[in-house]
Ligand binder design. Sequence first.
Ligand SMILES: [Fe+2]
Ligand SMILES: [Fe+2]
Length: 269
Amino acid sequence: MQTHRIGHDITVLSDPMPVPGVGFLPVNAFILHAAQPVVVDTGLSLPDRDFVATVSSVMDPRDVRWIWLTHPDRDHTGGLFDLLEAAPRARVVTTFLGMGIMSCERPLPIDRVYLLNPGQRLDVGDRTLHAFRPPLFDSPSTVGFYDDHSRACFTSDCFGAPMVSAEIAAGADVGGVEASDLRAAQLLWATVDNPWVHGVEERAYAASARPLRDAAPETILSTHLPPAHGYGATFLDMLAQAPTAAAFVGPDQRALEGMLAGFEPGGGS
Ligand SMILES: [Fe+2]
Ligand SMILES: [Fe+2]
């Protein structure tokens, strides 16, 4: 994992994942250096990753007070239990559903959980975190938040996009990506991760972006995008296009076998 400090308050822990035929999907976790430090998500659930070691390269994990689990998908929970052990005062911010989903794999200790719903707030000492449901989400437990101190919005899977290289995917700023390429990649991810977006009721969908519009964040921090500064209006416009973007159809078995044949020794040109 690579780490980048974003301004005074935030460190990004990035670990891009190659996706054959698509590119490199950023997988970020974050540390919010609040009076009560917050770790946002805990990285990939791959056996060779050591999330706590990466956190330790930035701060003493014993000082972590909150682990904001935006939702319990495996690209967000990798270091969760190791960090709970390394950070004995930390509590996991999640929802009742998030706790329930975790209980199907490995239950969270109930005394280490703090249940918070969209629309509620969390006081972390020097600032208030405003919980909201991002307009695009792939889990019923997804909760992002807006930090009124740093003016950063943490949007979980929403606004993600595969990048053309691991270097760009792990970058500290998405600003170098050409605008039309970024839009196309975000729309691809929007339809891959949220196939329901093609069936939304227009007004209800537009209303779901209101918390984000009202917050008018300076920085948007998605799990699956390099940090984005000054993109609020651009990303809201992308959201509006998602329902009419081309639907994603994944490779079927025949296509998979074709890809695998290309990987065999002597199979390529
Ligand atoms: Fe997800
Ligand atoms: Fe994700």
